[in-house]
Write a protein that binds this ligand. Structure first.
Ligand SMILES: Nc1ncnc2c1ncn2[C@@H]1O[C@H](COP(=O)(O)OP(=O)(O)OP(=O)(O)O)[C@@H](O)[C@H]1O
Ligand SMILES: Cc1ncc(COP(=O)(O)O)c(N)n1
Length: 446
């Protein structure tokens, strides 16, 4: 069985906000998305160039068409544009009993008005009283409540007014515009206040309000209690902002896919690396190439999601010589590698598709063989490391990888360094996937 959630909102041709953001959010939560388009906007990350409102009757018909046949488990409203559309939406949703999340969209992040000035009264009178929850940002909450909001205390007052005076069942005054160090949303429900907090992140915020309210609707559609739906929506939006892709020249859009893509990619990385390690340890003459400090084999998440060592999987405790064989000390884990994680993260800044690397004990013979086989080889010399980088904790490897790539002005299959006092000489083999790294390794040592 699949749950169905409806969005009654405007279309954003840039795919960042509106209907498009809502549908992506519904998909991320495994809910079937239904739409009633209120307005078509010609929009990108910088501006709204045109707005064409849909006939209010056609808006109503869209809602009826899907509600009568498919059924609606929960719905949200976004851009409603004008008073006639607002009245048509209110009249139509009243005929059904699904919970309604109202995102009182008024102005786009780029500054364009998305609700006519003369439609404010209709929004307050007709739509707000139908809401299970209203999700205004600071300026929207100010308009609805009629009070200025400067701090959390004001946000609480506004939320209470929206519920007790305007008739919504609950309200969340969002903290995206409050200028605090945390993004704090104030929730008023059943006569009680609750706060949802997340670190303020430097990311992509076009479509945050749309995606947040859609996430609440999706979770209500799945049968979650309201407070739980809001908690999940908050986690979802924080992730979506943090992992937003920097597209366009204006406000880049939230990445709703992060919610499902990260866990899915983690599983792919984990599976692929585990299989490659099984193959690796079966290579007969491998022990002689294991460095004194041990070997590791790592695989990073796709570039958009690879931000720190915790986004790189490796072998816990490394791979070591064990009698006449080699043995992984622990299992494959994210965050298990430090050195190789830094190496691959730096390499990926140049070549995002190359996500895997393995280290071998240095031998001059292997380097010669690699060149003869047509592999591209580069190196760095720790003695050339600038003093200011030496002073920086963890700076050597990124500097070295950068230096080696710049040296050949291309994409090396292999980067080696000859070591220094207390640092063992090492060969690193890079590839798009662990399987590609294994193939290069086998060419070299078999
Ligand atoms: N930079 C940020 N870091 C973390 N959370 C944020 C950030 N900006 C907004 N949020 C959160 O995102 C959600 C949406 O809030 P926001 O106030 O941005 O909505 P909005 O202004 O209605 O969005 P939109 O402009 O897309 O309509 C809230 O939970 C808010 O706390
Ligand atoms: C169709 C439509 N609906 C809603 C928004 C608000 O989103 P944002 O404030 O992030 O621009 C928008 N820009 N366009």
């Amino acid at each position: 069985m699949i749950r169905k959630a409806l969005t009654i909102a405007g279309s954003d041709s840039g795919g960042g906000a509106g209907i498009e953001a809502d549908l992506k959010t519904y998909s991320a939560f495994g809910v079937h998305g239904l739409v009633a388009i209120t307005s078509v906007t010609a929009q990108n990350t910088q501006e709204v160039r045109a707005i064409h409102d849909v006939d209010p009757e056609v808006v109503a018909k869209q809602i009826e068409a899907v509600a009568d046949d498919i059924g609606v488990d929960a719905a949200k409203t976004g851009m409603l544009s004008n008073a006639e559309i607002i009245k048509a939406v209110a009249k139509t949703v009243k005929k059904y009993s699904f919970p309604l999340v109202v995102d009182p969209v008024m102005i786009a992040k780029s500054g364009a008005p998305l609700l006519r000035e003369d439609a404010m009264d209709a929004l307050i009178e007709k739509i707000i009283p139908l809401a299970k929850v209203v999700t205004p940002n600071k300026p929207e909450a100010e308009k609805l409540s009629g009070i200025r909001i400067e701090n959390l205390e004001d946000a609480r007052k506004a939320a209470k007014i929206i519920v007790e005076e305007l008739g919504a069942e609950s309200a969340i005054v969002k903290g995206g515009h409050l200028g605090l160090s945390e993004a704090v949303d104030v929730f008023y429900f059943n006569g009680e206040f609750k706060e949802y907090r997340a670190p303020f992140v430097d990311g992509c915020t076009h479509g945050t309000g749309c995606s947040f309210s859609a996430a609440i609707a999706a979770n209500l559609a799945k049968g979650k209690e309201l407070e739980e739906a809001v908690r999940i929506a908050k986690e979802f939006i924080t992730m979506g902002i943090y992992y937003g892709a920097k597209i366009g020249y204006g406000h880049c859009p939230v990445n709703q896919n992060a919610w499902i893509e990260i866990p899915a990619e983690k599983w792919r990385v984990y599976e692929s690396l585990r299989n490659a390690i099984k193959e690796l340890v079966a290579i007969e003459n491998l022990p002689q190439y294991v460095p004194e400090v041990g070997m590791n084999f790592v695989y990073a998440l796709p570039r958009l999601y690879a931000r720190s060592k915790d986004d790189v999987a490796g072998v816990k405790g490394r791979i070591v010589k064990f009698g006449s064989a080699v043995k992984p000390v622990g299992g494959v884990e994210f965050g298990a590698s430090d050195h190789l994680a830094r190496a691959i993260l730096t390499y990926m800044n140049f070549f995002p598709e190359t996500r895997s690397v393995l280290n071998l004990k240095y031998s001059e013979e292997l380097i010669k063989k690699a060149s003869n086989l047509g592999l591209r080889v580069s190196f760095y010399d720790r003695r050339e490391e600038p003093e200011e980088i030496k002073a920086q904790e963890g700076g050597t490897i990124p500097w070295g990888i950068r230096t080696a790539i710049e040296r050949i002005n291309g994409k090396p299959d292999i980067i080696y360094h000859l070591g220094n006092w207390g640092k063992e000489a090492m060969i690193l083999i890079f590839g798009e996937t662990p399987q590609v790294v294994l193939r290069k390794l086998k060419m070299l040592i078999e």
